[in-house]
Design a protein around this ligand. Structure first.
Ligand SMILES: [Zn+2]
Length: 374
């Protein structure tokens, strides 16, 4: 029997499956999970498989830099899909791209890109987003824009407070740009501290509801979709675990799952999750080193620099902060047979369990088979 070819999809059919489910009375959104290394990709894929959900795997500008370019990321994801025999619908999406990076990712195997022109005034934002849409759509690649500004830390950009999107301009944005998806700032924030700066207490789910109502009124809702950024739940037990095993993460607060579910009911179809996975990976590394005393001494080039880096950065939650100390090649391939194998097995399990749980809660479990049917 011929092997099925692995193909990455545009976000459109994936998000449309969630919209069709919502129109039939079962509100749903698809999780978009950030990836930085091979086992993280395997964990996400296995979580999607457990829940039989379609999924979006995304790489930020930082992830592309970390792995040495978008071609490395797309090859890594395809290798992870091959290893896990993954044939459920998956998109590979650039998270928070600028014009240059979006263009490169379109060339280098991504099936979807975000152009984040939210720092520009609306007319300039629309013009730049439209420009990327014209390039991407010619190749069947989907585009996400951003409107309004989210508070929090996104890579190297820090916004102190939220600038909400105006829901009445959302249908206009879609109409002008023809973008497929739009991140509208409604009070979520990036990073692990969603409580203090523009976080949960400022959440305005009504912005999503009004945006969605407008999109429906203009008949846009089957082809255009709302995105919620900065939506990690930041599980308390993960933060406690990090701190129990030598970390020092303070004031961590996420978006409660029931709030995310309210946003899904209001019309959100894509939910970005990054921080939760970072926390799970960091907790696993710390616990592993604590429970396997001296394991790093047998691995001077791999485990030792990671352990040392973790010891030096108790507040670290971003795995890139301590994994950049080792040969990146090791993080791009199957860890079987390497010094990383033992800890990566634990990381895969933790990520896949969390992803499967979120897919279930977002309402997109079982939707994999519905993609492409509407
Ligand atoms: Zn974001």
């Amino acid at each position: 029997m011929a092997e099925k070819t692995i193909q990455l999809l545009s976000m459109v059919p994936i998000l449309r499956a969630a919209e069709e489910s919502a129109l039939q009375g079962k509100p749903a959104a698809v999780g978009a999970f950030n990836v930085n290394f091979f086992t993280q990709a395997v964990g996400i894929l296995n979580g999607l498989k457990k829940a039989q959900g379609p999924g979006i795997i995304q790489a930020s500008r930082g992830a592309n830099k970390f792995q040495g370019g978008p071609d490395k990321i797309s090859a890594m994801l395809l290798a992870a899909m091959k290893k896990t025999g993954h044939h459920l619908p998956v998109a590979l999406h650039l998270d928070h791209g600028d014009e240059e990076q979006a263009k490169i990712c379109i060339e280098k195997g991504f099936s979807s890109v975000m152009i984040d022109a939210s720092k520009l005034e609306l007319p300039e934002n629309i013009a730049l987003t439209k420009k990327i849409v014209e390039i991407a759509h010619g190749r069947g690649i989907s585009v996400e824009g951003e409107y309004g500004k989210l508070a929090g830390v996104e890579e190297d950009i820090v916004y102190e407070s939220t600038t909400y999107g105006d829901p009445f301009l959302v249908p206009y944005f879609f109409n002008e740009t023809k973008a497929d998806a739009l991140a509208v700032a409604y009070g979520t924030s990036h990073g692990p501290n969603k409580g203090s700066k523009g976080g949960v207490e400022k959440l305005a789910i009504s912005i999503m509801q009004k945006s969605y109502d407008g999109m429906k009124a203009y008949g846009q809702n089957r082809d255009h979709f709302l995105v919620s950024h900065g939506s990690s739940t930041v599980p308390k037990e993960l933060v406690a675990e990090i701190n129990q095993y030598g970390g020092n993460v303070k004031d961590a607060q996420g978006i409660p799952l029931h709030k995310i579910q309210e946003a899904v009911v209001a019309g959100v179809r894509k939910i970005n999750i990054d921080t939760d996975l970072r926390l799970g990976i960091t907790a696993t590394f710390r616990k592993y080193f604590s429970e396997h005393k001296g394991v790093e001494d047998k691995s001077p080039d791999v485990l030792k620099p990671i352990k040392k880096s973790l010891d030096e950065q108790p507040g670290a939650i971003d795995p890139r902060d301590y994994l950049k100390t080792i040969d990146i090649e090791l993080l791009r391939k199957d860890p079987a047979g390497t010094d990383l194998e033992e800890v990566m097995v634990l990381i895969e399990k933790r990520i896949s369990d969390h992803v499967a749980m979120l897919v279930e809660k977002f309402g997109s479990a079982g939707l994999a088979g519905k993609v492409g049917q509407a």
